[in-house]
Design a binder for this molecule. Structure first.
Ligand code: NAD
Length: 358
């Protein structure tokens, strides 16, 4: 069955690549609530069984096809059966892409090409939404590494990806515009800023996802390490807000062919996040650490276009969102992965300081 009108997703078949991930599983919930029929495709490369269970999925999930976006016959079949495609599958951590560029290329470039060509060939797909990243802006403005002031990233400003992950996403953006443009297929490109919320479990070696990292390390009684003194700023957007924006993005007429920031417009320094987390764990120690190579200084999103195109704005503020995350970790202690328990401050700094490509 196809949807009735442009804003009605009832019965719409939505393929979510990377659907077993942190954002994909939240989007499935939002789409199911809207009466759509989400279908997940994921190779389950990002998480172990405990995290997948917490995300509400796993190998036996009837709504999930376990497979790779490089499996062209499978992707063609699944895309041909879809009214909409959300392409969220990616080797999605900066550290993971730096240390394993070949997997980054397979998933973020070759796999993206496979999904896009399938969408271009399909008669059914009404719109493909690509999840890019705010990392494509790099440092953005020429402010100094020591500056307490940061800027605002606007969609049309020059892009300057600083790492392999960001570069792969910039390529994916261009390929989406070029390939689906040639095929006269509809698409929207989203640049989420720092997504966080219950369900988020850090990836080993990664310096990012600081709300999750700081909370879990604090719960373990370990130090909170502030690389670059925590001066970097981020725009933290809650997972449920991202899922809602994605849902709206599928059908919003004005989103056609657009590139949109996905943030709150508020900037928070990494130090502020650590201090807020520490207010819940009075014994925790906050310690300065060296800057992480290729880590953007950051900025908040200019949300003008997002708010206009989607006629929507995020509803969760960062303080409430961090509080909710802390509650989630306290009530779900098995969310903390075993590898975190074995870390020391030195092993963490070593992993960030000298990422060596394999
Ligand atoms: N979480 C954030 O803060 C954030 C910010 C900006 C952009 N994004 C982007 O949003 C998307 C979703 O992010 P997320 O936080 O849910 O990440 P995630 O790692 O939780 O989810 C990505 C999923 O893709 C799957 N995957 C990876 N390679 C695959 C392949 N070759 N074939 C099939 N599946 C594959 C993984 O198993 C994982 O479940 C990603 O493209 C990411 O780059 C995320």
């Amino acid at each position: 069955m196809s949807p009735q009108s442009h804003d009605d997703l009832t019965g719409a078949r939505v393929l979510i690549t990377g659907g077993a991930g942190f954002i994909g599983t939240a989007l499935r919930t939002a789409l199911t609530r809207a009466g759509a029929r989400p279908v997940l495709l994921d190779n389950l490369s990002a998480y172990g069984p405990t995290t997948l269970t917490l995300l509400g999925t796993g190998p036996t999930d009837p709504g999930l096809t376990v497979g790779d976006i490089n499996d062209e016959p499978l992707v063609r079949r699944m895309v041909a059966d879809a009214d909409y495609v959300v392409h969220a599958a990616a080797h999605s951590s900066v550290h993971g892409c730096t240390t394993d560029p070949q997997t980054a290329i397979r998933s973020n470039l070759t796999g993206t090409d496979t999904v896009l060509r399938a969408a271009a060939a399909s008669r059914n797909v009404r719109r493909l939404v690509l999840l890019s990243t705010a990392q494509v802006y790099g440092h953005g403005a020429p402010h100094s590494l020591r500056s307490e002031q940061a800027g605002v990233f606007t969609e049309d400003q020059p892009l300057d990806p600083l790492n392999i992950y960001a570069n792969s996403k910039l390529w994916a953006e261009g390929h989406t515009r070029q390939l689906l443009g040639l095929a006269e297929r509809d698409y929207t490109i989203l640049r989420p800023f720092s997504v966080y919320g219950p369900g988020q479990v850090p990836k080993q070696g990664a310096a990012s996802w600081v709300v999750a990292q700081f909370t879990m390390y604090a719960a373990l009684g370990q130090q909170l390490l502030l690389n670059n003194g925590g001066r970097q700023v981020r725009d933290f957007i809650h997972r449920d807000d991202v899922a809602e924006a994605l849902r709206l993005c599928l059908t919003a007429p004005a989103a056609s062919g657009q590139t949109l920031n996905l943030g709150t417009g508020a900037q928070t320094s990494v130090r502020q996040v650590a201090e807020h987390v520490a207010s819940h764990f009075p014994d925790v120690e906050i310690v300065d650490a060296p800057r992480v190579a290729q880590d953007p200084l950051g900025a908040c999103a200019d949300t003008t276009r997002m708010r206009t195109v989607l006629n929507w704005q995020p509803s969760t503020g960062v303080a409430d969102g961090i509080d909710a995350y802390v509650r989630w970790v306290r009530t779900t202690p098995n969310a903390i992965p075993d590898w975190m328990r074995a870390e020391t401050s030195t092993s963490r700094i070593n992993a960030w300081s000298a990422p060596i490509p394999r």
